[in-house]
Design a protein around this ligand. Structure first.
Ligand code: ZN
Length: 383
């Protein structure tokens, strides 16, 4: 029997009012402890088996499992609990406000609406009758920074498919870009500025690399594009070098970012970059470098034939009254981690706007529609 009407708008308002700013983004941020506790209690009260994962104190993720009767397919719904900063928000970021068919507040769009929809949908699907497959509701920490929440969840849980409920305007995201960061250190030789015969100017040598980087970018732009994502890109992000006016700089450090499309791995990118740097070593006198690979995250592309893709597209089409728009994102999401763990997945979420901006909202009709599509998809997939 229902404990309440399972209204996703009411649940979203409760979630908005709980501060969950990511403390790795904003020192002193509240983290996920309170909101994870709230979600865990809400789901436990509805008969879910609740697991709290908290390797990093104060940064928990919650996985709530609705056990099936056996023999069916399991489905994981995944959403992040953390938000970006409340500073700079126009009005009260923790005071949910409803106006003109929209609900406003920090995280309303990115992505407490997705959390509210997936919790409500799973509870509703269970009320319809017993499911054979397990449904896992993963409310994770830290997506806005390093995604250790989903990584921690995947160490202990798996499923036959997953849906990430990040906001997507009720369109279906089947691909997104990845990224790889590198630090290139160009080595020169320090000497007094009056002694050119002794010094090697690392900053001037780095100039050769920056020109080659721009050429690399042009080459990428001309390569045959990915049908949803276009071409990969590269840009310089940070540069440091030199000590004072009258010294030849011994070192210049350049951080670059390469945004990748499906089919390009961080390993591939490192090979490309090494070839460029080796060519400079061969052609530019006194060019010496060291290369360090930093954080990288792989791109994502769903298998269009995966059963979860078919099931969700069918229910989205019947809710929308037309085939849903298929989209791809330039930014990275937790889909890539789920996919790499062997869990076919896609991304489908609410309409609205203002992610990370001064005013943020979710469209209330879209939240209801999202909840309906998720409910039908769960009932169908896990039947
Ligand atoms: Zn998000």
């Amino acid at each position: 029997m229902a404990i309440d009407k399972l209204d996703p708008v009411r649940l979203l308002a409760d979630l908005i009012s709980i501060d969950s700013v990511n403390p790795d983004l904003v020192p002193g941020g509240a983290g996920e402890a309170v909101i994870a506790g709230f979600c865990g209690d809400w789901l436990a009260a509805r008969g879910f088996e609740v697991h709290r994962l908290e390797r990093r104190p104060g940064r928990p993720s919650v996985v709530a499992v609705a056990r099936g009767t056996g023999g069916g397919r399991s489905l994981m719904l995944n959403g992040h609990l953390d938000t970006v900063s409340r500073a700079g928000y126009d009005g009260d970021p923790l005071g949910p406000r409803i106006h003109d068919g929209k609900i406003f507040g920090r995280g309303a769009f990115d992505m407490k609406s997705g959390i509210a929809a997936m919790m409500t949908a799973t509870a509703r699907a269970r009320e319809r009758g017993p499911l054979r497959g397990d449904v896992l509701v993963a409310c994770v920490a830290d997506e806005e920074h390093a995604s250790f929440g989903t990584e921690e969840v995947l160490e202990s849980f798996t499923a036959d498919a997953a849906i990430v409920t990040e906001p997507s305007h009720l369109e279906v995201t089947l691909a997104h870009k990845g990224f790889a960061w590198f630090e290139v250190v160009i080595e020169g030789r320090a000497a007094h500025g009056s002694r050119p015969e002794l010094g090697i100017d690392a900053i001037a040598k780095a100039g050769h690399f920056l020109v080659a980087l721009e050429t690399w970018g042009h080459r990428l732009a001309q390569a045959s594009p990915h049908p949803l994502l276009g071409a990969g890109t590269v840009h310089a992000s940070v540069i440091h070098g030199g000590e004072e006016p009258s010294t030849y700089p011994a070192r210049c450090r350049i951080t670059i970012e390469r945004r990748t499309v499906p089919g390009e791995s961080a390993e591939d990118v490192q090979v490309e970059l090494t070839a460029i740097l080796d060519d400079l070593t061969d052609t530019v006198p006194d060019f010496h470098y060291r290369l360090h690979r930093g954080l990288h995250r792989e791109p994502f592309e769903a298998d269009r034939q995966a059963p979860i893709v078919h099931t969700l597209l069918r229910h989205a089409e019947s809710a929308l009254g037309r085939p849903p728009v298929i989209r791809a994102e330039p930014f990275w999401t937790d889909c890539a981690l789920l996919d790499a763990a062997g869990i076919p997945c896609l991304l489908f979420g609410v309409d609205g706007g203002g992610a990370h901006a001064a005013t943020e909202w979710a469209d209330i009709a879209a939240l209801h529609r999202l909840t309906d599509v998720l409910t039908d998809t769960i009932s169908d997939f896990c039947a």
